[in-house]
Structure formats: structure tokens, C-alpha cells
Design a binder for this molecule. Structure first.
Ligand code: GSH
Length: 325
């Protein structure tokens, strides 16, 4: 764990002293957009045209934010257009590394040892956290974006002319509602589990875990009468929720102390999770060995021994029965 300061790697853990024990996630810094014609997107510079074999994705199979981008790469038929490197699941004193581990690939572009070296290739004076996912442009030799919420929006439409995919997970008429629900789920659930898990005071922990379960209770009610968050239409909001739910019982309940209830205890959420997991191509983006190894093995302040629990037994394969909703 650590960060870059003016292009130099420093091994430091999250500093929660200034924030009274609360974990605060910093904003991503590379914010350009891939577009169909290379024009500028909502932020950053122009010049990132959607083209085959030009872009490369750096991911961890453990990371819920990177997982979103892998799911969109799969759903939007981008696997032959965008190549991928998978980091080692442990994130230790050098941060994410390209060491060998089953399911990790090494850095297939440059053969580097550490992900921070990709950041300094893009900006030799970069200061900040070195996070996955990273979308790399092989043509300009730089990072397009390291913000997963924006990468999935790019993948949703920029390559449609090349892939012929018409699936739209951010449909125009629902955009405002999707944005509003995403913001609440991000704060309470996606980032909520991290705020609970990385809290270093009782007050900070409780102030994350209480709204987390209030939101899960609300989602349970919402999903008991709707197949997906917005009814019959599957949207990015579902995939953003999925990557947290799939990790919940395996990791967040124990390691992050999010243990008021398990997803398995919520009938609608559990069936919804199975429904999404069984969606074509999605199960192959889920790797519980990377997920458990990463969390239990990397966060020495939370789990100093690094021992990884064997359970829980998960039921993701049985019928979800949600087709009729
Ligand atoms: N806002 C970013 C967050 C990505 C993120 O925090 N990834 C974690 C892994 S799950 C990471 O790489 N953390 C390294 C660090 O904070 O030093 C996104 O959604 O893309």
C-alpha cells in the first residue's frame, strides 16, 4: 500500500487521523474520454478515438471498481478490441504489482513490475494514489482514464460502430434517475463498505454501517417487485451494485465488519444477485480466489495474520426465479 509523490513511490497506509477515523476516497485524476469520433468527452482532452487494438485495460480481479469495467468489456463485446492485464491480487508495500499468480497476467504491454510505473509513464510527476482500473492508450502512450464510473460509460457507447452492439445500459430517458440512484448506492453501499472497513474509530465505523444496511433494506423492498433496479431494463446501476453484492458475504461481512445481515439473508437481493451472476458472460468475470486473497491478505492493519477464511459456502448457481417479475 502506498502512493506516488511527485513521481516517487512512498509506502504509506491511508491516513485517517485528519478525518477523525473516517476513510476518505480521493478523486481519480485522469479523466479523458474515449469517443466514437475522437472528440472531447464531458471532461479532459480530445484525441481518444474508439479504435480496435488501441486501448488496454489494467485491472485487478479483486477490485469492485475494476470489475465494473471488465463486465462492460464483456457485455459490450469489446474483448477482441481492448486487451487486458490483470495484476497480482495482493496489494502490499509496492502497491499493485504484476507478480505471478493464477489468473494474473503480468504487464502484457511493457513487462513492468508495478502498476505505479504505468502512472509515471503517463506523468513522471504524478502525485496521488495508484488505483485500478486504468485505461491506457497505446497510440499516445498515456492514461485515458482511471475512473471506473466514466470508463463504463465510454464502453457503453463509444465502440458501438465497431462492434454492432446496441445494448444500452445508460438509456437517455432514465439518465437522471440512474445518476440519482447511483449516487446514493455509491455513498451508502459501494463506498459504504470501505468506509466501515477502513474506519479507525467506533463512531466512524457505525456512521458507515448504519446507512449501509438502511440502503440494503430499501433495495430489498425495491427489488421485491422489480426484476432490476429500474424494472425490466437492465442498467449500469445494476452492474455497479452487483460488484459490491458479489463480494459482500465472502469479504465485507467478515473483513469489513458489515455483519448486521448477509446478502443471503435478504430474499430479493440474494435472488437478484444470482440473476445478475447468471447473466451470460458475467460469472467468468468473478474470481473469488483473487477477491479473498486481496482483501484478507493486503490489509494488514485489519487482518495482521493474513489468514484467509475458507468459507462461506455461497449459492450463486441455483435458479433465481426472477423472470416473472
Ligand atoms: N474512483 C476509482 C476508485 C478505484 C479504487 O479505489 N481502486 C482500488 C482497488 S479496489 C485501488 O486501486 N486502491 C489503491 C489505493 O487506494 O492505493 C474508480 O472507481 O475507478
Amino acid at each position: 500500500m502506498g502512493m506516488l509523490v511527485d513521481g516517487v513511490w512512498k509506502d504509506v497506509w491511508y491516513d485517517t487521523k485528519a478525518s477523525k477515523g473516517h476513510f476518505q476516497r480521493s478523486a481519480s485524476q485522469f479523466r479523458n474520454w474515449l469517443t466514437a469520433d475522437g472528440s472531447a468527452g464531458p471532461s479532459g482532452k480530445a484525441g481518444f478515438k474508439a479504435e480496435a487494438d488501441r486501448y488496454h485495460l489494467y485491472v485487478s480481479l479483486a477490485c469492485p471498481w475494476a470489475h465494473r469495467t471488465l463486465i462492460f468489456r464483456k457485455l459490450k463485446k469489446l474483448e477482441n478490441l481492448i486487451s487486458v492485464s490483470v495484476v497480482h491480487p495482493l496489494m502490499l508495500e509496492h502497491g499493485w504489482s504484476f507478480g505471478s499468480f493464477e489468473g494474473a497476467t503480468g504487464d502484457s504491454l511493457f513487462g513492468l513490475d508495478y502498476l505505479w510505473q504505468i502512472y509515471t509513464k503517463a506523468d513522471p510527476h504524478y502525485s496521488g494514489r495508484v488505483t485500478v482500473p486504468v485505461l491506457w492508450d497505446k497510440a499516445q502512450g498515456t492514461i485515458v482514464s482511471n475512473e471506473s464510473a466514466e470508463i463504463i460509460r465510454m464502453f457503453n457507447s463509444a465502440f458501438d460502430g465497431l462492434t454492432g452492439s446496441g445494448d444500452d445500459f445508460y438509456p437517455e430517458p432514465l439518465r437522471d434517475e440512474i445518476d440519482a440512484l447511483n449516487a446514493r448506492i455509491y455513498d451508502a453501499v459501494n463506498n459504504g463498505v470501505y468506509k466501515a472497513g477502513f474506519a479507525t474509530t467506533q463512531e466512524a465505523y457505525e456512521s458507515a454501517v448504519t446507512p449501509l444496511f438502511a440502503m440494503l433494506d430499501e433495495l430489498e423492498t425495491r427489488l421485491s417487485t422489480r426484476r432490476y433496479l429500474f424494472g425490466a431494463t437492465l442498467t449500469e446501476a445494476d452492474w455497479r451494485l452487483f460488484t459490491t453484492l458479489i463480494r459482500f458475504d465472502a469479504v465485507y461481512v467478515g473483513h469489513f465488519k458489515c455483519n448486521i445481515r448477509r446478502i443471503a439473508d435478504y430474499p430479493a437481493l440474494a435472488a437478484y444477485l444470482r440473476d445478475l451472476y447468471q447473466h451470460e458472460g458475467v460469472a467468468e468475470t468473478v474470481n473469488f480466489t483473487h477477491i479473498k486473497t486481496h482483501y484478507y491478505g493486503s490489509h494488514k492493519t485489519i487482518n495482521p495474520t493474513g489468514v484467509i477464511p475458507v468459507g462461506p459456502a455461497l449459492d450463486l448457481e441455483s435458479p433465481h426465479g426472477r423472470e416473472t417479475l
